[in-house]
Design a protein around this ligand. Structure first.
Ligand SMILES: Cc1cc2nc3c(=O)[nH]c(=O)nc-3n(C[C@H](O)[C@H](O)[C@H](O)COP(=O)(O)OP(=O)(O)OC[C@H]3O[C@@H](n4cnc5c(N)ncnc54)[C@H](O)[C@@H]3O)c2cc1C
Length: 304
């Protein structure tokens, strides 16, 4: 990875001493970006990890000068090439602070690059929590709203519905304060921004009082779950089911609020050895066609 501290900046801004002072941000050449699953990757021409709004503004100014496109990346968990670019890439990992916790309104304002995994313990200190989460928390606040990340529960919206305000830095360097009452149309669009409206600098999230969930899981069949989907959705606040490919088997999971204190029924053998590693191995095997499938296909063709 080759560091390109200020040369691109100097080229763009000229070599005057006063201009050099403007060159705050260090960019890197030769960085390979890959998404979490390593299914997509790219080589951005320049890779930046800004630490302030001024530094992001500088990257945008350079991009305008050099007619480059800019992509922002958060946790890089999107299973598509949505964050990829051969232009300038801005990684928001250093803009990851909690800026304000309003315990009265139960709202938290964070920088867009904060990982939800880092936000949870901060909310915990104030007795607060996010009402709904996706399956993993190594994702950023701006990233999850960018792609319409959702969890489960018929009464819960996607994570972006927890956003009450955000600030957006647009391509020309303007900061837009967005909420239901200010730049309302941009706000609605930015709640699933797909990374194409500007740089999401800060986000204010509506939280809820901290709560405990009790999980119940049981086996069922795909047919049963699909036939009784409405009933399952009503029975549990956070209902989900996991389907085992090439089979009728599903694992149904109900999660509901409880006042019971957390119990430590965790068991390494069941939870990790079988529940994680063996399951992951079986799922990996299951992506290959079942040996009985071609036979079934042949039988069907024979019937036809
Ligand atoms: C193991 C795993 C489990 C998952 N589980 C779920 C799940 O349960 N439910 C679900 O809905 N999804 C799930 N996802 C998908 C994931 O939640 C989304 O892809 C989410 O967008 C990832 O967030 P991120 O911070 O990694 O964003 P990235 O992938 O880095 O970026 C997503 C988009 O946001 C843009 N972006 C990021 N930060 C900014 C910013 N500051 N300003 C402007 N644009 C920005 C990017 O350009 C891109 O367009 C899962 C993914 C993985 C790998």
């Amino acid at each position: 990875m080759e560091e390109e501290p200020t040369s691109a900046c100097l080229k763009a801004w000229g070599r005057k001493t006063s201009a050099r002072r403007l060159c705050l941000v260090h960019g890197y050449k030769g960085v390979k970006f890959q998404n979490w699953a390593r299914t997509y990757g790219c080589y951005p021409e320049m890779y930046y990890q800004p630490t302030s709004v001024e530094e992001i503004r500088e990257v945008l100014a350079l991009a305008r000068q050099q007619n480059k496109r800019v992509k922002v990346v958060g946790g890089g968990h999107s299973p598509s090439d949505i964050a990829c670019t051969d232009g300038f890439m801005i990684h928001m990992g250093k803009m990851n602070r909690v800026l304000k916790v309003d315990t009265e309104k139960k709202q938290v304002t964070v920088e867009g690059g904060i990982l939800l995994a880092d936000l949870h313990p901060q909310l915990d200190k104030h007795g607060l929590a996010l009402s709904n989460l996706g399956a993993v928390s190594d994702v950023t606040a701006a990233g999850v709203i960018g792609s319409g990340t959702h969890n489960t529960g018929i009464k819960h919206g996607i994570l972006a519905t927890q956003v009450v305000a955000l600030t957006l830095l647009t391509a020309d360097g303007t900061v837009l304060e967005c909420s239901e009452s200010s730049n309302a149309e941009v706000f609605q669009a930015a709640r699933v921004h797909l990374g194409c409206l500007g740089v999401v600098l800060t986000i204010t999230l509506q939280c809820v009082p901290q709560f405990y969930l009790q999980e119940t899981s049981f086996p069922s069949t795909l047919t049963e779950v699909l036939d009784n989907l409405d009933s399952h959705l009503k029975k549990s606040e956070y209902f989900r089911f996991l389907w085992f490919p090439h089979s009728e088997n599903v694992s149904v999971i109900y999660q509901d609020h409880t006042n019971k204190p957390p119990s430590s029924s965790a068991n390494w053998f069941w939870d990790y050895a079988l529940g994680f590693y063996l399951l992951e191995f079986l799922l990996w095997i299951s992506v290959y066609p079942s040996p009985s499938q071609p036979l079934q296909e042949k039988e069907k063709q024979g019937e036809g």
